[in-house]
Design a protein around this ligand. Structure first.
Ligand code: ADP
Length: 267
């Protein structure tokens, strides 16, 4: 039995492999002690550990785990999942939308981190709390899906007002840029605010990823990370904005477990 654990900034992802089949689970990082104590009860398993909180996790373990560098684990996990979903894809940029966002280039003989942005899943949670008071992830993504961004976000077409714009009128000219323009005395519904926060995160992630893909000379961007869990709106935003910006978006099933799967494969 092999177990891969990716202890991240927000969530601990656990993958167990037994008889060639995987089982997946995730826990808030606040439960790190419970997770470690449950792992300690499992006899005879090889534990492979990665992620920013791997060292903290290890201090809670009885048996010594195998440590895998996060970047290497994630790359290996992404390629493993792609081999199932899309085996022809061998050169791409992948973007991990976790608490923050990091972007990597994978090619025949290259494996490099090309950059990232602090705008990620943590931004979604933080801004949502500040603007609406909501703290529950599921409640946030559910309400966001019902919101309309039109009164908050300024589109290129809003500025050009019917004239022919030089770039697609559907692109956002300014996230939250319409608030002061015409609706300053109005209250915004939680749904609208949350939808615009998802828009800000999704468009920033897609835009930086497409710029990275272009600078690396690749056409596909593979998106992974827990920020897409139950968040169809973020997925759609990232997908359509990636296409609008000129690259090919790819989502892999169980992508949020890439780090944990990759770690496990080293065991
Ligand atoms: P990390 O490895 O940094 O923990 P993840 O890939 O696990 O990053 O993504 C964390 C993000 O996933 C959070 O910032 C949040 O937007 C989203 N998320 C998905 N499910 C949950 C959940 N149950 N609780 C909190 N955040 C969640």
């Amino acid at each position: 039995k092999n177990i891969g654990i990716d202890a991240g900034g927000t969530l601990i992802k656990v993958v167990c492999e037994e008889n060639n089949s995987f089982s997946f689970s995730k826990y808030p990082v606040a439960q790190i002690e419970n997770v470690a104590s449950n792992i300690n009860k499992i006899a005879g398993a090889q534990i492979c550990l990665t992620g920013g909180k791997a060292s903290l996790f290890e201090t809670l373990m009885i048996q010594e785990p195998l440590h895998i560098i996060e970047f290497e684990a994630t790359c290996r996990g992404v390629q493993y999942l792609l081999n199932i979903d899309d085996p022809k894809l061998q050169e791409y940029v992948f973007t991990n939308v976790g608490t923050g966002t990091s972007i990597h280039h994978v090619g025949n003989s290259v494996h490099e981190r090309v950059g990232g942005t602090g705008v990620g899943g943590g931004t979604l949670l933080g801004l949502s709390q500040l603007l609406t008071g909501l703290t529950d992830y599921e409640a946030i993504v559910k309400l966001a899906a019902k919101g309309i961004r039109d009164r908050i976000d300024l589109k290129v077409s809003h500025i050009y007002e019917g004239a022919e714009p030089p770039i697609s009128g559907d692109l956002t000219a300014s996230n939250f840029g319409r608030v002061l323009q015409s609706f300053s005395n109005q209250e915004f519904a939680k749904e609208e605010l949350l939808a615009s926060i998802v828009g800000l995160v999704g468009e920033t992630v897609a835009t930086t990823s497409v710029l990275a893909a272009k600078s690396c000379g690749v056409s596909s961007v593979v998106y992974i990370g827990s920020s897409f869990i139950q968040n169809e709106l973020l997925k759609e935003t990232v997908q359509s904005y990636t296409i609008l910006r000129g690259a090919l978006p790819v989502f892999v099933e169980n992508g949020e477990y890439s780090g944990a799967i990759g770690a496990l494969l080293y065991g």
